[in-house]
Design a protein around this ligand. Sequence first.
Ligand code: SF4
Length: 503
Amino acid sequence: MIPHDFSRIDPKRRVNLDYKKRQFAKPEFKHQKYEHRLNYYILPPTAEITLEEFETWAINRLKVLSELEACTFRNRTPEETAEYMTSIVNKYLPLRSNSSRGQNLQEERKKDHYSHFILRLAFSATEDLRRRFSRLETMLFRLRFKDDDPRERKDFVSGLKLEWEEVGADEKRELGNELAAAGGVKGEEQEWFKVDWERVPELVEQRRVLLKRGKAYVPQREQISLVVAEFTRRLDEALELTSRALPRLDEDDRLAPILAHLSHSFTSPDAAYSSSDASIDGLSTITANAIDTLSQHFPLCMQNLHMTLRANSHLKHYGRLQYTLFLKGIGLSLDECIMFWRRSFKLMTDDKFSKEYKYNIRHAYGDVGGDANRRGRGYTPYSCQKILTEPLPGPGQSHGCPYRTFTQDNLNALLQRTGVNDKDLLKVVKDDVSKQRYHVACNRVFEWAHRREIKKVKDDGTWSATDLDTIVHPNTYFKRGWLLKHLGDGNAGVVNGGEKMEE
Ligand code: SF4
């Protein structure tokens, strides 16, 4: 699978590649037909796709995997996870069964297939990434396996030709009581399979199979565990092989940066910023004066900057930049933003402000700076990923994400200052932070602060799970929070990724 846009590999260099690399550089293109909805991802894709598809498909799959991971971080039950994930998967990675008679089944399956392999490339470099990827892909497979059309699922499983030995009638009779004790029903009343016990560690651990002479006797209803365990085993092996092949990818400087960005995003989920994260219908033009009131809806990173600014009448460079871009993102115009900073730096002379500070604000908005400055649009508001991965603030600096940069005691105090006083919540936030799940902690606080409104929009069905998915951008935090607190004001529609639901 090689994106077909232009190649930047020097043709002379390509001629000198050894035969393995040549084989890699000149794939034979072939279109595959997908008979089943489910896929064990045995055959790598070989057809052409564009670089844009390469990236978008991978990002969409990553979104699904990140949401699945968030479900485990938050201890959602399998049922809650399945419910939460339905609309997320339908939006980012739909995969319908043959019986749905959908128009684009082949396209959906192709996207699923290709995106899996792209992420395999991105996440095979280190042991930790491989483990996480394998765990999340397994969760996704299990989710899909469970809700597949039963007949199609059966066809898929028999097509896998897994080497399970069926337990014959004689053996079932012979082991009657033992099978009954292991399976909960009479051994002869259901189908059993025999496999090497190492292939079903999960079932062995939970004592849901009979172990005898190195074999595990697995009842039919546990088939899902067998299929899933086999899926994981094969994926783990394939990831190992991919990691060994990775150095060859260095030849291709089109893919390396995309793959690096993807694996980076796995560490801390990224959000592409779109202008839909900014403007809010129904929120009248924002003025410098409104920021104090609006700041109650800001995420902790921006509330911290706002409070520090009010306390010191000053913020250092990176804090100013982070906050200016956020304010620009919520819809504050350049003039109002300059006014906001001018008034906030009240101990400073006009002259000093104009000479030392005004230019940077205009630069952030793209008013000055020319071509290098994003063609006049200025800089994009920072995502959580950007804020969470930049160097820690030094003395006197206040930028960054407080969930990461504050000590536990200071974080608790800051949260309490902003009205978060639920002891149980503070305890789980502490736990999240100790596991470096900063954005999960932030989402918990958001959901706690908006719990009544979230319940309402869920109960009356005006917002779907994708409207309430994991927040990974401070501007989404603000916009979603503001809309939730103003539900009755004709702002029943929401926002995420640019959609506005029917009011
Ligand atoms: Fe801000 Fe994101 Fe940190 Fe929340 S997780 S405080 S939105 S940087």
